[in-house]
Design a protein around this ligand. Structure first.
Ligand SMILES: NC(=O)c1ccc[n+]([C@@H]2O[C@H](COP(=O)([O-])OP(=O)(O)OC[C@H]3O[C@@H](n4cnc5c(N)ncnc54)[C@H](OP(=O)(O)O)[C@@H]3O)[C@@H](O)[C@H]2O)c1
Length: 318
């Protein structure tokens, strides 16, 4: 039986859609699965889908990403982001497949302020979401396989669906006042650049373990909003400032989560593009996706259906 190249979980999500498109562009065979095809709360379904697909690599992008929602339903967060990742790892190992698990800068607490987090920094999550993703990391790393990877990324944005640049532009265009957090610093990362980096990792097959993938540059959410408006030709709109404490969100987020991406850059022989350059590519693509969405009610990129919203915990949040 010939093996497919990749099985992509979370294939209807912001990143998974783009990973699917990038894989196809590279001429690879990829099967995308999401809640309908491989519900992550079901160990037997995970084992069956991975055994039957027999992929060379599982690219595990599926997760509960509603950071504040995770505080309200910790059990679901730990089950889907933590335990299910253990089940995915177990099934991948049984099928003789490699595994790449996408994780997050929210495994860190921000205490290294000013110094980018190297891959071997000690995780200390502040939120249930961060802790649940760390649980997933531990489950993957416990296999000690040379073809099992944890790739942490941060502040992901990309065309189609809900994304931070669009949220800022929509608010600005509505004439409502804008206030954005100044005391969280990180690295915005575009799905397209991240997808290429993930596929490069599985192609290059470096030593197993942890890698950090993020666009170059660093900023606060406030600075990112200023960048978005400037690049969209709305630089005259003033972005008010706010502290994370004032915003009073249920989940604590690190004030500093800049990832040191040098290990990945060595593998690829290059760094990822600067986030402002990525933003310049994102804006026209997202505008086109928005037009397509309004015309067809569909997501762009892969024609994948819009995400289901049957659970208050599911669905994107930053
Ligand atoms: N977004 C960020 O800023 C960010 C930052 C760092 C790391 N990451 C990581 O990057 C990866 C991709 O994130 P993303 O931004 O693409 O998130 P996303 O758009 O929310 O995609 C995640 C996908 O997983 C699906 N999913 C949720 N619960 C599931 C379940 N029980 N069974 C099967 N599938 C389920 C979601 O479906 P529904 O939408 O229908 O719930 C969605 O399609 C995740 O591992 C995330 O932790 C994201």
């Amino acid at each position: 039986m010939s093996r497919i190249d990749y099985l992509v979980t979370g294939a209807a999500g912001q990143l998974g859609r783009v990973v699917m498109a990038a894989a196809k562009q590279r001429g690879r065979t990829a099967l995308g699965v999401d809640v309908a095809e491989m519900p992550l709360d079901q160990r037997a379904a995970i084992a069956k889908v991975i055994a039957e697909a027999a992929p060379r690599f599982v690219l595990h992008c599926g997760a509960i990403t509603n950071v504040d929602g995770c505080e309200q339903d910790a059990l679901a967060a730990y089950r889907i982001n933590g335990l299910a990742t253990a089940w995915v790892a177990e099934a991948a190992a049984t099928a003789g497949a490699g595994l790449l698990y996408v994780s997050t800068d929210f495994v860190f607490d921000g205490s290294t302020a000013g110094v980018p987090y190297p891959v071997d920094a000690t995780p200390k999550p502040l939120s249930v979401y961060g802790a649940s993703k760390r649980l997933g990391e531990e489950a993957v790393l416990a296999h000690r396989r040379t073809d099992f990877y944890v790739v942490r990324t941060s502040w992901v944005f990309g065309p189609g669906g809900k994304n931070f640049p669009r949220a800022i532009l929509d608010r600005a265009k509505s004439g409502q006042p804008l206030k954005v957090v100044t005391d969280q610093i990180g690295r915005p990362t575009m799905t397209h650049d991240l997808a290429e980096a993930l596929l490069d990792v599985v192609d290059a097959k470096p030593a197993g373990g942890i890698y950090h993938a993020a666009n170059e540059g660093q900023c606060s959410w406030h600075q990112f909003a200023v960048d978005i408006l400037r690049e969209a030709g709305l630089g005259h709109i003033v972005v008010g400032t706010q502290s994370a404490d004032e915003l009073k969100r249920p989940a604590a987020r690190p004030t500093w989560s800049v990832l040191d991406t040098s290990k990945l850059a060595k593998v690829r022989g290059k760094t990822m593009p600067h986030y402002v350059e990525a933003l310049r590519r994102h804006l026209p693509l997202d505008a086109a996706a928005q037009v397509l969405q309004s015309q067809t009610g569909q997501q762009s990129q892969t024609g994948a259906p819009p995400p289901a919203t049957d659970s208050p915990l599911r669905g994107k949040q930053y």
